[in-house]
Design a protein around this ligand. Structure first.
Ligand SMILES: [Zn+2]
Length: 146
């Protein structure tokens, strides 16, 4: 803050009125400044490192910032967002996988139970059939015996 004040650039620090936003090599938003030094560039506005004059070397003339550069920057930001989203997607994918795994286990248990039930019913049916067959034989024998 103190360095900004000592710059004496006033409104140039404010992001109002600047169409673009740059991050310098310190990964800090580079404020829009005005050249105070007398010379050919006096009064010209530029985006510079916030740590100026102990700056990282980042500097862009405001009037030289093309829409293309701006676009590149936006694309970079989008890329970051996209990779973050992809990371989240991957996380969700892992969660879904885990849930699916659990579902499979549940299904497997249910299947085992069903198989057991079927086997039980089959044995029961066989027993009933056996009993029925025995009854029939007894009836037939009794009828023949008459
Ligand atoms: Zn910097």
């Amino acid at each position: 803050m103190v360095t900004q004040m000592s710059m004496g650039s006033g409104s140039s620090v404010d992001s109002r009125g600047s169409r673009h936003q740059f991050r310098c090599h310190c990964n800090k938003v580079a404020p829009l400044r005005t050249v105070k030094v007398r010379g050919p560039n006096h009064g010209r506005r530029f985006y510079g490192c916030i740590n100026y004059p102990d700056h990282c070397g980042f500097m862009r003339w405001e009037d030289e910032v093309t829409d293309f550069q701006d676009l590149q920057l936006r694309v970079l930001e989008k890329d970051t967002i996209i990779s973050e989203l992809e990371y989240e997607k991957e996380e969700l994918h892992q969660i879904v996988k885990k849930l699916k795994g659990r579902k499979d286990i549940v299904l497997e248990d249910e299947m085992k139970e069903l198989k057991f039930e079927v086997a039980r019913l089959r044995t029961e049916m066989t027993n009933y059939l056996k009993a029925f067959f025995v009854c029939m034989v007894v009836i037939v024998v009794v009828l023949i015996g008459k």
